[in-house]
Design a protein around this ligand. Sequence first.
Ligand code: UDP
Length: 237
Amino acid sequence: MTKYKRIVLKVSGEALAGKEGFGIKPPVIGDIAKEIKQVHDLGVQIAIVCGGGNIWRGETGAEMGMERAQADYMGMLATVMNGLALQDSLENLGVPTRVQTSIEMRQIAEPYIRRKAVRHLEKGRVVIFAGGTGNPYFSTDTTAALRAAEIGADVILMAKNGVDGVYSDDPNKDANAVKFSELTHLDIISKGLHVMDATASTLSMDNNIPLVVFNMNEPDNIKKVVEGENIGTTIKG
Ligand code: UDP
């Protein structure tokens, strides 16, 4: 028996880029797909929200003088590229998938339809939500919180690159930083901890969706979290 039956896994763009931190690295995505397959094999219903920061971030474009909304739409397109790459890797392993985009692009993916997404999950297909929320000024963390609420997910798994949870300070810079094993969403907001942005935290809090922050670079970690092993930081309440 797994602890969670329906999960939203947030995979940041960075995680798909490997060490260089930029672009799409199919072998790296292949490794992530293997981890996801392990959990799929346990019968867990999996929805994935991909980020896009490995290709483009709206904020960066705005800092360079672009109109923010325009730059954000480019970011949303970046998440679609990542979603398709992830789909390719998962299907190579024989895991059935569907990509749903929040902005219609019917030739390459289904449009996001909540009831259809739930049906896919019930049929054992991994659903990849791409395109963010479809709105500028939002993030894919907020997308994860929104979709989790919409599909009634038990938890959001926030897969991090090399960091194994939430710390009082940046553990790479401060040797005295302590790791929290449990926090509330309000702690995240009031202490200004860098887990997800405030919009995403508020949405998760209002809808009572727990979040587990963990290191995805350790093998079997997604499985461990799903099976209820106490790794990383759990945020709830
Ligand atoms: N984005 C957006 N609306 C959304 C989700 C994403 O405008 O609902 C844009 C935004 O510009 C963001 C980019 O897509 O910088 C990539 O998403 P994000 O930064 O969340 O990706 P991650 O940091 O997880 O790789």
